[in-house]
Design a protein around this ligand. Structure first.
Ligand code: ADP
Length: 277
């Protein structure tokens, strides 16, 4: 597959893309904003700095996966330019990363809005669950903000394409230990149930306005605490009903955790309560 990751449908012409300013630095290279003239829409353009054949294959694998996804809360792939310099073009999410947005808007975001964000991310993950896809890196840094009422899952980066052994070797220092389920830390086992654990941590980040989970611990201390039954504490702004949902996501045994489908129902119900009271 690799460079053939994107079929005809997503092959676009460089002449149709206008490149703008730098939005940020991605794993592979700079990300720019721009315009896709054919559809007259604003886009984000991911570039690849040192794009050897091997790197290029990894870079394009994210697009190869995204092209099969179609969900209102997953960032849409517009297209790929496969000849050098290789570009991946996606819909632009104007407000950037959710983590930064939470810090900037912390004094105006209501609990209802925070629950809405959780529900939207959860719907995207329930969709992936239905496709038997495991995300492996659910965190506010990988969620982008389209508008004050809409967030989208925006990063299908490295973690899920490389096999587990390679993932482990390639990026020990990049492993998000503080977000990971015990079985992922201990055995590098990643499943939908470990995604549910990570989603619980991501909800904790949302209600903590993007504090780092376990910032008071070193990576190496986390698994010990988890095995003692210690969990992240209730963030001040987190309603008790939501916190009890988080703790269910953090059941030590994977089968003890709810599914994303069940979480969607619970979050929907909680949100209805918030809007009606
Ligand atoms: P990578 O996953 O390759 O490390 P990211 O997806 O984190 O790269 O992108 C790097 C930065 O570019 C992010 O911090 C984000 O601010 C910005 N960015 C990426 N994709 C988009 C997008 N679709 N809309 C707006 N900003 C984006």
């Amino acid at each position: 597959e690799g460079t053939a990751a994107c079929g005809e449908k997503h092959r676009i012409s460089r002449d149709d893309v206008v490149v703008g300013r730098i939005l940020g630095e991605g794993f592979f290279g700079e990300v720019h904003d721009g315009v896709y003239k054919r559809e007259r829409i604003c886009v984000a353009i991911k570039t690849c700095k040192d794009c050897s054949a091997e790197v290029k294959e990894k870079f394009l694998s994210e697009a190869g996966l995204m092209k099969n996804l179609d969900h209102p809360h997953i960032v849409r792939l517009i297209g790929v330019i496969e000849v050098d310099p290789v570009w991946i073009v996606m819909e632009l999410l104007e407000h950037g990363e959710l983590g930064n947005y939470l810090v900037e808007e912390q004094y105006i975001l209501t609990s209802a809005t925070l629950i809405l964000y959780c529900l939207q991310i959860c719907k995207a993950l329930a969709y992936l669950e239905g496709l038997n896809m495991v995300h492996r890196d659910i965190a506010v840094r990988n969620v982008l903000v389209a508008s004050p009422e809409c967030v989208k899952l925006g990063d299908f980066g490295l973690s899920r394409y490389v096999d587990e052994q390679e993932y482990y070797k390639a990026s020990v220092s990049r492993l998000p230990i503080k977000w990971m389920a015990p079985e992922s830390i201990n055995f590098r086992r990643f499943t939908t149930a470990s995604d549910v654990w990570m989603f619980g941590v991501c909800m904790w980040e949302i209600f903590s306005m993007a504090q780092q989970p376990f910032f008071w611990l070193e990576n190496g201390q986390v698994i010990n605490q988890l095995e003692l039954g210690i969990r992240l504490p209730k963030p001040q702004q987190c309603p008790p009903t939501v916190y009890s949902l988080l703790t269910r996501c953090w059941a030590y045994e994977p089968p003890g955790r709810p599914s994303f489908g069940q979480l969607v129902c619970s979050l929907r119900y909680t949100l209805m309560y918030f809007f009606s009271s």
